[in-house]
Design a protein around this ligand. Structure first.
Ligand code: GLC
Length: 527
């Protein structure tokens, strides 16, 4: 067997840069701030950081609207700061991944300004321009029924040139035309630019969105749709996403990444059913190393359902396909809110003991929950466009708390979003001092993972559980570990399998443990 790559053994940590550490008092996190926190991350025990977009941007979608792919936004610092951060990461043995946003640019990107300047501009075809549909009464309509993920038609009328352009997200985020080979070349150049600077890989934003049906047919209506679900779900995105041609593009990105040593990694953001997700490993040519597996974010918190989901995912992986797991990110409710603070500890044990690469969302290691944002402080366009439906993402993007200093040590100025209410006790310094804190649990799980390769790269084997306890074995040669997770708020007994009877508790979410008794909300690892 070949040695596992760093991204197979390692644990990734997602940083939302606006909220991680501010170094200049403007209330917004920045690259120099991140650099000052690398030692804290090393102490926690992670292997790689992925930083959400830091490129020049009007911030209509907080950096996911890129105006220049090859520079750093002044709010976050300079290209020199990024070079220094790359060097600082590497000096500590950390890898650093950037967020590549290939599906769309900002409407302020030079390419789009040229494209919209006239119909015969050489860059016109770099974006998706279409004629209007004119009805019998002579009224103008968009070319089809496609809906933006952020609400409303996905088509924006451009009076100056008499056509609509397509935007899967905000109208300030026009979609690129990836059927145009010049776009493919220009964007591969962007990847080269960063790989040559020493970036260890990319998280690729909305990878499954990149190519649309060439004829732009209407999407089928969702018969179960209700307004409370948000506009995006009104139609199924059958023709606007996941087109066969996207796979050739993902394969081209992979070929480029493969030319670099040490190994670079590509992680695709893809929200699709498992069977479709697997296509992005590459059915013929290899595509992304890790198509993000978001199932734990969406699954019911129930032992039999989770056992089934994990087994089915493992079984669906293509030969050589490496699994990965995630509990949260900058778009989804935090784990501590979704499953509650007690079960969030069990969830952390699950995330860090499944086979494959886990990604930890910043703040989850201190048990941060979603923060209620007062109306006048809402920033997220998703909430502003469709208020009150629970779609807003500000609650999961609030500043990190490091210590007991004002604003948790995040900023000397006014944080751009409010801190969580209990930051004075829920912060990294306080939790590092406590033996049973959430930070300590993450630290101990990560340390155990390093000591026992069975927990990262070993086999995952289901162990017959019950309605309350999720049980599985991790095995690497002779090293056999048993993970027992009580997903309920009641004590449970669990009949240990024969082979596990002599094992002792290596780690418990409660600090100590005594199987076959499991306390309420307790997870244990036996070995
Ligand atoms: C991805 C990002 C999200 C962003 C969207 C549009 O889903 O994670 O934050 O709004 O793409 O770029």
């Amino acid at each position: 067997m070949t040695e596992p790559a760093w991204w197979q053994r390692g644990v990734i940590y997602q940083i939302y840069p606006r909220s991680f550490q501010d170094s200049n008092g403007d209330g917004i996190g920045d690259l120099r701030g991140i650099a000052t926190r690398l030692d804290d991350l090393v102490a926690l025990g992670i292997d790689a950081i992925w930083i959400s977009p830091i490129f020049p941007s009007p911030m209509a979608d907080f950096g996911y609207d890129v105006a220049d792919y090859c520079d750093v936004d002044a709010r976050f610092g300079t290209l020199d700061d990024l070079d220094a951060l790359i060097a600082a990461c590497h000096a500590r043995g950390l890898k650093i991944l950037l967020d590549f946003v290939p599906n769309h640019t900002s409407d302020q990107h030079r390419w789009f300004l040229e494209s919209r300047s006239s119909r015969d501009n050489p860059r016109r075809d770099w974006y998706l321009w279409r004629d209007p549909v004119i009805d019998a009464e002579g009224n103008r309509h968009p070319p089809n029924n496609w809906i933006s993920d952020f609400g409303g038609s996905a088509w924006e009328w451009d009076a100056a040139t008499g056509q609509y352009y397509y935007h899967a997200f905000l109208k300030a985020q026009p979609d690129l035309n990836w059927r145009n080979p010049q776009v493919v070349e220009a964007m591969l150049d962007v990847l080269r630019f960063w790989l040559d600077r020493g970036i260890d890989g990319f998280r690729i934003d909305v990878l499954w969105h990149m190519v649309k049906h060439a004829d732009f047919p209407d999407n089928p209506a969702n018969p179960d749709w209700t307004p409370a679900m948000g506009e995006m779900l009104r139609v199924f995105q059958l023709h606007s996403t996941d087109q066969p041609e996207v796979h050739g593009i993902a394969a081209a990105m992979r070929r480029l990444a493969e030319r670099y040593t040490p190994a670079r990694v590509l992680i695709g953001e893809i929200y699709l059913p498992v069977e479709k997700l697997m296509d992005y490993y590459g059915r013929g040519e290899p595509e992304v190393h890790l198509p993000f597996n978001f199932q734990l974010i969406e699954a019911p918190w129930d032992a039999p359902a989770l056992a089934r989901l994990i087994a089915e995912y493992e079984a669906a992986l293509p030969a050589g396909g490496w699994p990965n797991w995630v509990l949260g990110n900058h778009d989804r409710p935090r784990a501590a809110t979704r499953v509650g603070p007690a079960q969030a500890r069990v969830a952390a044990m699950l995330l860090l003991t499944l086979r494959g690469t886990p990604t930890i969302y910043y703040g989850d290691e201190i048990g941060m929950a979603d923060v209620a944002i007062p109306a006048e402080r809402i920033h997220d366009p998703r909430e502003l466009n469709e208020p009150g439906k629970g779609l807003g993402r500000d609650p999961v993007r609030t500043p990190m708390a490091w210590d007991g200093a004002p604003n948790g040590g995040f900023s000397d100025g006014d944080p751009w979003l409010p801190m969580h209410g209990d930051w004075q006790t829920r912060n990294v310094a306080a939790q590092r001092r406590e033996t049973r804190s959430m930070w300590r649990l993450h630290h101990d799980l990560l340390a155990l993972r390093r000591r026992h390769p069975a927990l990262s790269v070993g086999d995952w084997l289901p162990v017959a559980g019950n309605d309350a306890v999720l049980a599985y074995e991790r095995r690497d040669g002779d090293d056999r570990l048993l993970v027992l997770l009580n997903l309920t708020d009641a004590p449970q007994r669990f009949e240990l399998p024969e082979w596990a009877r002599g094992l002792r508790v290596l780690l418990s979410t409660h600090g100590d443990g005594e199987p076959p008794q499991l306390r309420r909300n307790e997870g244990v690892i036996l070995g």
